[in-house]
Design a protein around this ligand. Sequence first.
Ligand SMILES: [Fe+2]
Length: 361
Amino acid sequence: MRPVSLDQISGNEVLAQALYDLDGRKLLNAGVSLRPAIVEKLYEKGISVIYINDKLSEGIQVNGLLCEETKTRAKCIVREEMQRLSQAKELNYSNVSGVVDSILDEILSRRIDIMNVKDIRMQDEQIFAHSVNVCVMAIALATKLSLPIMKIKNIAMGALMHDLGKAFIAPSILNKSDLTKEEMIELKKHPVIGYNMVKEDNETTAITKIAILMHHEHFNGSGYPMGLAGDKIHYSARILTICNEFDAAINDPKNSNFLQTTDAVEYLIGASGHIFDKAMVDEFIKIVPVYSEGSIVLLSDGTMAIVVHNNPINLTRPVVRVFYSTKKKSRYKNPYIIDLQDELSIKILREVKPNLKDILR
Ligand SMILES: [Fe+2]
């Protein structure tokens, strides 16, 4: 299994994972051939990347952190609560709490070495899927930071609800990528709106409320709504800021800063100590794979390889399967495995997106 951009699909590829809509209905079965009409439908849904099964990616597994059922239920609850807020100005706390417990159970029941945070999502579920992914990442990071379970739960609640204030922002602004100054001012109101919606709620904890309010604050004071800096920003919000911006960078193609995971990790490192809390970024990058499984990389010896699996101890040196020599311009009849953690004379130069139709001919 490997991820492929829709614009690289030639028509003979086979879908590796079933696709579901926001209500959990199956849109496409795993194993279906990606004919042009199907690819067209995927474009219409706003999907830009999908997973395929092919000879090159044989034996490679890419697993998300949540099962499909929990993920769908969580997305539905975020949607329901946003609707409830905008219509009745109230929140069903037990709905949110119940699904956060399910997410926590699922994530904490396995040891998190590395989290696959690349998400396949449709445009109409972007905001809900984003909230769920931020929640998953926040739990993983808070766990890595050795926070007690009750604090992790409160941060997870804030993560799932962090953008609830967007229920009161016009969809024309939410769905636009190039915002005017006035529209940006409007969008930036959502943390305060979200906070105001929960601040009188007795069941919502102070940590959760503050996480919602401060999730766009930046470590150097350049964020909003209050322009707080350093430790003045609550630690729960410092966790959310990292997860929020990282998910937007790698999973929202409408985002003007849409990046490959490698570039997004570099951005986090470059901005640590300025935008983000450095100690937290240091822990975050230990659990995010720089090169996701199934991605294609160029190696320093002039060969091309596919990432088979990551080494939790060193995320820049995964196990790869070499299939092509760029020097000889020929594919290897018998691709071979290299564990880059052992083979220190070779390094990954960068992730590439070659035209495999020509290469593998
Ligand atoms: Fe936000």
